[in-house]
Design a protein around this ligand. Sequence first.
Ligand code: PLP
Length: 340
Amino acid sequence: VIDFRSDNTHGASPEILEAVMRAAAGTSTSYAGDPITARVRQRCRDLFETDLEIFPVVTGTAGNALAIATLTPPFGGVFCHEDAHILRDELGAAEFFSGGARLIPIPGNDGKLTPDALSAAIRDLALADPAMPACLSLTNATEAGTVYSPAHLTSLGNVARSEMLGIHMDGARFANAVAATGASPADLTWRAGVDLLSFGATKNGALAAELLIVFRPALFLKSLAPRWHRSGHRLSKTRFISAQFEAYLTGDLWLRNARHANAAAQRLAEGVAGIEGVEIIREVEANVVFLRLTEAIAERLQKAEILCFDWPIFGENAYRFVTAFDTRDDEIDQLLAILR
Ligand SMILES: Cc1ncc(COP(=O)(O)O)c(C=O)c1O
């Protein structure tokens, strides 16, 4: 079996497992008052070059829902891409945690929103009046495996700011976006206007670790901190999430893992060029490759126990292949041989 279904079907980096083992020794202050969490907070301040606060959680869904609830009142509207994970895959978590906010899908090529489409959606909402514009939620790397540049994010951020929207970023694959663009974490977030980032590690070598990062603590701490606790996401042994992040951010493990995954996706994309019956249907910028395959090829993959997901939202015979921090070259090459 070779598994390209998702980066979260993969295991964990040894450095992260070892860090969890080390954190298990002795006792430590509970509920995020421990020294490992304090070190991760400081490490994030250095990495993002600004003051910030962190809220460790164990799922991306929790990070996204808590962030959106913090930025959006129950009568608020949340603008997002029509394929956004918060809209398609989180079973209304953002609506639930915000007490009723409405998600407003916006179409956009390659998983990205444009400033014009965002402005139009804000105008349309004002005309129809089902909700008050409150929040913009962006995903980077996107659900289509593409990445936003800092300039693109800044232009979206300017529209959002001029309309007084809070800005959330779903960074389940933030490392892959940083690795793909070479941009600084600061330029991809708060310098472009992002208020809250769901910074994922689970898909990129952690066991289960996400940080909800708040870039304007003075504005948002009072409403986020209690939500984190009363929703049951403030773990008493938060140090085990923080230990994963400490290892993740040490020696640039997070970027090494993401570069590896992105390079594997490039190897696949380059390898399929010219193969009859195989079409790349989205630009490959991070660690996700969308292919349209003939039925005969799809059957061959199934017989060879090469796993991937059907992706019907990208049309007939569309499939998603995700590479990860530990995808091997020979696995890509076996896939290519069968596609050929
Ligand atoms: C873009 C994106 N955001 C968020 C998540 C949510 O992660 P979790 O399954 O940990 O809630 C995922 C997981 O697939 C994702 O792909």
